[in-house]
Design a binder for this molecule. Structure first.
Ligand SMILES: Cc1cc2nc3c(=O)[nH]c(=O)nc-3n(C[C@H](O)[C@H](O)[C@H](O)COP(=O)(O)OP(=O)(O)OC[C@H]3O[C@@H](n4cnc5c(N)ncnc54)[C@H](O)[C@@H]3O)c2cc1C
Length: 335
């Protein structure tokens, strides 16, 4: 679309799966309500799918001023060509100023495709989002290997686009008294233009550490041996988070990775073992209530983010912790 002075409104892509909106959609709508009020813009939800009118209604109850609802049986499941075509059609005609999507697998897919088709910029995986009063989006992303947090602006092209990872913002509660206009749009999709065919939908069971109440997290300081981390997680009834290198090395599947390209966590307590505190990692833990970090380097950056710091060797501290926790459990069993 390029530079367009008529571009108006903050739009949020409401991602759904099997007729239920993903939490990230409501988180983005909640944050965007605040941004729309600040910039004096309307908040618009874009809902696509088959039989999803109830989601459009919920979007109004959760803060949207208007909803563009695109329903078609070809939008039942996410297929990039159908979703991109339908979204492009609505966006090109209605010219949003900002367009915000979830950094989910499908959100990332459609965001990239749309940015190319619309000839605009996309700030991917923002960890914080703001707007100026005149509607310039300010997306914060970790850069240079995580050593800096950069604010990215897209001053000329429209819409200004961003993807945001799940778990960063809060949804606003449903208010059934809220009213908003729902525009029903014909997607004009044709099966003959489909290039992919859905043969089977296979649900993969994975862990979801974004809802962890307690988190024990390990980094490269563990020296590649994660057995003590697993034992501590079991003893503390905690979930396990790790830094990216541990996933890269195949020690844990990717859904355990905390950070800007992993999961954002908000536990009551996070305990970091042998983690340096790169911005890419701390972006994922800074909503924890209490952070305890164990590191043998007194100058480790992770201590700047911690409520309690323990300077020491994880190889000595973790076995001691395990021993103490086991002794406590034994005592409780005997009583
Ligand atoms: C685009 C991009 C995205 C990224 N996304 C993520 C992300 O989502 N999540 C993420 O985690 N990383 C991410 N990274 C990588 C990130 O920048 C860091 O490289 C990574 O977080 C470092 O992991 P670490 O702390 O385990 O390792 P290191 O930085 O190597 O730190 C190891 C720490 O262990 C301490 N240590 C060593 N031995 C011991 C011991 N015996 N006892 C106690 N302490 C010890 C050391 O003092 C050091 O502080 C990303 C990088 C890029 C470029």
């Amino acid at each position: 679309m390029g530079k367009d002075k008529k571009a108006k409104g903050i739009w949020v892509f409401i991602e759904q799966f099997e007729h239920a909106a993903l939490d990230i959609s409501w988180e983005l709508l909640g944050k965007s309500r605040e941004l729309a009020d600040k910039a004096g813009e309307k908040l618009i939800a874009l809902v696509m799918g088959d039989n999803v009118e109830h989601i459009a209604q919920e979007a109004v109850h959760r803060g949207a001023d208007e909803v563009f609802l695109v329903e078609d049986e070809l939008l039942e499941h996410y297929k990039c060509e159908n979703y991109t075509y339908a979204a492009y059609k609505v966006i090109k005609k209605n010219k949003p100023n900002q367009l915000i999507m979830g950094a989910t697998p499908n959100g990332r897919d459609i965001a990239g495709r749309l940015a190319v088709k619309l000839k605009t910029g996309l700030t991917a995986d923002v960890v914080s989002l703001d707007t100026t009063k005149d509607g310039i989006m300010l997306g914060q992303v970790p850069g240079f290997g995580g050593s800096v947090l950069a604010v990215i602006k897209c001053e000329v092209a429209r819409p200004q686009m961003a993807t945001v990872r799940p778990g960063i913002f809060e949804a606003i509660p449903i208010d059934k008294k809220r009213k908003g206009k729902i525009h029903k749009i014909d997607a004009d999709l044709d099966k003959k233009y489909e290039t992919t065919k859905l043969i089977k939908l296979q649900k993969v069971e994975g862990v979801d550490i974004s809802k962890a109440k307690r988190l024990v997290a390990g980094g490269r300081g563990l020296g590649g041996d994660v057995s003590a981390l697993k034992e501590l997680a079991e003893l503390l009834d905690a979930d396990i988070g790790v830094t990216r290198p541990l996933c890269d090395d195949g020690l844990f599947p990717r859904d355990h990775q905390v950070g800007s390209t992993g999961v954002t966590v908000k536990p009551e307590i996070t305990i970091n073992f042998g983690i340096s505190g790169a911005a890419h990692y701390t972006a994922g833990i800074n909503k924890s209530n209490t952070i305890i970090s164990i590191n043998n380097d007194p100058n480790a950056i992770i201590f700047e983010y911690s409520d309690y710091e323990v300077i020491g060797d994880v190889n000595k501290i973790m076995p001691l912790l395990i021993e103490k926790l086991k002794a406590k459990l034994m005592k409780e069993v005997k009583q």
